[in-house]
Design a protein around this ligand. Structure first.
Ligand code: PHE
Length: 402
């Protein structure tokens, strides 16, 4: 009886997966011009991302950045005479779909490496699968430390949240002169839970005090209860390490309740939709980020020019990180003795002083990148460069203007 039950449950799940596969293949088939044949002159690279769903701009920007890099690489002759062929699946921001997408990329499509995800929670779904099959994965933008801790196949080209939490805390203390801070975070996102913790550690270490800590759940629309408690605690700044869609709504409700102090957040704010949702309420608020489009360096400005020509919009930091991740992967494949996962991973690990759009990238022994962060202020609905904060003990970086 029990066996039968388990069996039928299994069948339902696999059937659902098949439907998901079919649906995503259709979307992807169109996106890639239906090129699904395997070809000895091609190297297959996989991508999983949230092209639709709650955080759709994360996946879309990332896809733009990767596609731009892949086309550029192929136009310049590819890698060791072979063209890169990108296979992309939309995980819709859903953990189960993310796992399904990565399994399919590896077991069905036979990709040599995987790019993705943005959200740490989703990277933590894909990473164990890549690790199990020995296929290298580079997340362009997941900042939670746990992601690369999964194993030696998992890399990232962005900084991690202990540093990002420090950056926000230091900015709150030094620049905003905040004596105390309230925190409002998303309980359902690994990223948000981790970043609020790191902020608290650094902020208290720097002599600040946390007045209250409030949380919300995915899908929550009414933040009045949490915001009322925050208002009563009289903070000098409110730290909100959430994703842009929630942050926009929270900003509107906070201002309505008469909370006038600056709101501060992390890279999860980065989206053209933040100003659209937050309107005037988000102006005068700050967040830490991976790069600023106002960085005058030719490397950054050339990238922006190419990106704008193709997509008619300014690239956000996910697009920039995705572009860097793709070029780092290409270089690693180029140096690798074979297309085996181990050979490629060995070379990704050797990445040193790569001149990226998001700064100089060296992969450290924990498979993370150590680089500066920038702080941006929302002014007239535009993220505007304020300052660059470097990791302690690190020299000049290129994460933004000095
Ligand atoms: N760092 C976020 C996470 O780990 C994702 C993110 C990166 C969001 C860059 C916006 C910009 O979940």
């Amino acid at each position: 009886m029990a066996a039968l039950w388990a069996d039928s449950k299994f069948q339902t799940t696999s059937f659902k997966c098949a439907v998901v596969f079919l649906a995503t293949s259709l979307v992807v088939g169109v996106a890639n011009g239906c090129r699904s044949s395997r070809n000895a002159n091609e190297i297959l690279v996989g991508q999983y991302g949230s092209l639709t769903g709650d955080q759709a701009t994360f996946g879309q920007s990332t896809n733009n950045g990767i596609t731009l890099a892949v086309d550029e690489i192929n136009a310049a002759g590819g890698v060791n005479g072979k063209k890169l062929h990108l296979i992309t699946y939309d995980d819709k921001g859903d953990p189960r779909e993310a796992a399904t997408a990565v399994t399919r990329l590896i077991t069905n499509d036979g990709v040599v490496a995987v790019l993705g995800e943005v959200a740490s929670k989703l990277s933590l779904e894909g990473a164990p699968i890549c690790q199990k099959y020995g296929v290298p994965m580079i997340t362009p933008s997941s900042t939670n430390p746990k992601v690369t801790e999964v194993g030696d196949m998992i890399f990232r080209v962005c900084f991690i949240d202990p540093f990002q939490g420090f950056v926000c805390a230091k900015f709150a203390r030094d620049n905003l002169k905040a004596e105390n801070a309230a925190i409002l975070y998303d309980q359902s996102q690994t990223y948000s839970v981790g970043l609020q913790d790191e902020f608290e550690k650094s902020f208290t270490k720097l002599g600040g005090k946390i007045t209250t800590k409030q949380a919300y759940q995915k899908g929550e629309q009414d933040f009045n209860a949490q915001l009322t408690a925050i208002r009563a605690s009289k903070p000098g700044v409110v730290f909100i390490p959430g994703y842009y869609n929630d942050v926009g709504t929270i900003a509107v409700q906070a201002r309505k309740l008469g909370i006038t102090v600056p709101l501060l957040g992390g890279d999860g704010w980065e989206s053209p939709k933040l100003a659209e949702i937050g309107g005037d309420a988000i102006n005068g608020c700050y967040y830490s980020n991976h790069y600023s489009p106002q960085d005058p360096s030719p490397r950054v400005q050339n990238f922006i020019k190419k990106y704008k020509e193709r997509y008619h919009t300014t690239p956000d930091s996910m697009a920039a990180l995705a572009y860097d991740a793709t070029h780092i992967l290409k270089d690693a494949i180029g140096r690798a003795k074979s297309l085996s996962g181990a050979a490629i991973a060995e070379q990704i690990a050797r990445t040193k002083d790569f001149d990226g759009v998001t700064g100089q990238i060296t992969i450290d022994e924990h498979r993370n990148a150590v680089k500066p962060a920038v702080i941006l202020e929302m002014k007239n609905g535009q993220p505007t460069y304020v300052t660059t904060i470097k990791p302690e003990g690190k020299g000049e970086g290129a994460g933004g203007r000095e």
